[in-house]
Design a protein. Sequence first.
Length: 185
Amino acid sequence: MPALRIEGYVIVSADGRLADADNVMPDELKFEGDKRFFTAALDRADLIVHGRNSQEDQPNAPKRNRMILTRKVGATAPDPDNPKAILWNPSGASFEAACAEAGVRSGTVAIIGGPRVFDMFMDRYDTFWLSQAPRVHLPDGEACFPGVPARSPQEILAAHGLKPGQPQLLDPADGVSVTPWRRVA
């Protein structure tokens, strides 16, 4: 199988959270610069992978090929609600088999969450794009990765062999930036 490039994307609060206590991404974690960055990345991706609670509410979302993780199917199955999506149970099929079922054998795969989905790919990411909103705090919210807040998202990425690149400022007024964490060969 030709190479798949695996990239992760998340925006987190200062305390490493991606959602509030109700498991919803709050408005205070939504920034125009980050939305533009995220939208452009997903527009370039060949496949979007996420859990049942993670999604993207964007105009191009229905046009994107996607794989939704679930335990409701044995291996893979068409998504009855979306002709551009398949359902995937990692216990029943390998990631490569699920990608082939989705018609993606090479290109970029964008992993957009949630925490368990991010964790499944920790040792496979080529790049993980960590956006941070340093002025937002969600102390009772859902952590972006298993192990947060005992360890920071940066510590977890580093523990999996990823190294930070140069941060890019996305929303200067709010201090929101994105840092590419890349695998060093």
